[in-house]
Design a protein around this ligand. Structure first.
Ligand SMILES: Cc1cc2nc3c(=O)[nH]c(=O)nc-3n(C[C@H](O)[C@H](O)[C@H](O)COP(=O)(O)O)c2cc1C
Length: 186
């Protein structure tokens, strides 16, 4: 085991996963963060659940992957508030264009959006989308708004996109996301 292998021990990370084709990379991220000692709570949007199975993240995180705002347990406190309060970091990877818009405008219509408004943990976003979606003025304005609000980003990179185009919009490499997480939690 390398000396850095457990350096996220004691940290609680809410891992938001949204409906980008890069959602499958969240499995690797979940596995690596867990290996590094973090307590990972996967929070999936409905669209993410159509692209990868919650069972994959649940198995790798060793705890249920949540997606339903209304699936309350037996606690008196709403689940999304409990989760929001315990987070040291809200990481969303991949972050869809729609998620960026919801965060920028404070929409809380699903579990991830509700947690996002309720938490005071720092937020790290790793967008992934088609290059034209990324370039769109609406997306760019949402990103600027979130940056101005102090949100952290792991910017998308250039490459071959799943939609068939080449260009900017690919999810940053998992290693880069991990490095940013470590820096923020150090
Ligand atoms: C196969 C497929 C791949 C998609 N990939 C992306 C993507 O990479 N980035 C993105 O922003 N939207 C993508 N979308 C569209 C989103 O899934 C859609 O906007 C959805 O409403 C996002 O919801 P969410 O933000 O709640 O996960 C994709 C849709 C499909 C059907």
């Amino acid at each position: 085991m390398s000396e850095n292998q457990t350096d996220l021990k004691g940290h609680t990370i809410l891992l938001g996963v949204t409906g980008s084709i890069a959602a499958y990379k969240a499995a690797d991220l979940t596995s690596r963060l867990t290996e590094l000692g973090a307590e990972v709570y996967p929070v999936m949007t409905e669209a993410a659940c159509r692209l990868i199975t919650p069972l994959t993240l649940q198995t790798l995180a060793r705890r249920p992957a949540m997606s339903d705002l209304w699936a309350e347990g037996s606690s008196w406190q709403p689940g999304h508030i409990e989760l929001a309060d315990k987070a040291d970091l809200l990481l969303v990877a991949p972050a869809s264009a729609d998620c960026l818009a919801r965060f920028a405008h404070g929409l809380a219509s699903d579990l991830l959006g509700s947690i996002h408004l309720a938490t005071r943990a720092p937020v790290l976003l790793a967008p992934a989308m088609n290059g034209k979606m990324l370039e769109h003025a609406a997306t760019q304005e949402n990103i600027s708004l979130l940056r101005a609000r102090g949100y952290h980003f792991v910017d998308p990179v250039e490459g071959r996109l799943a939609c068939g185009y080449e260009g900017l919009g690919k999810l940053a490499p998992v290693e880069e996301i991990l490095a940013q997480v470590r820096m923020m939690l150090a």
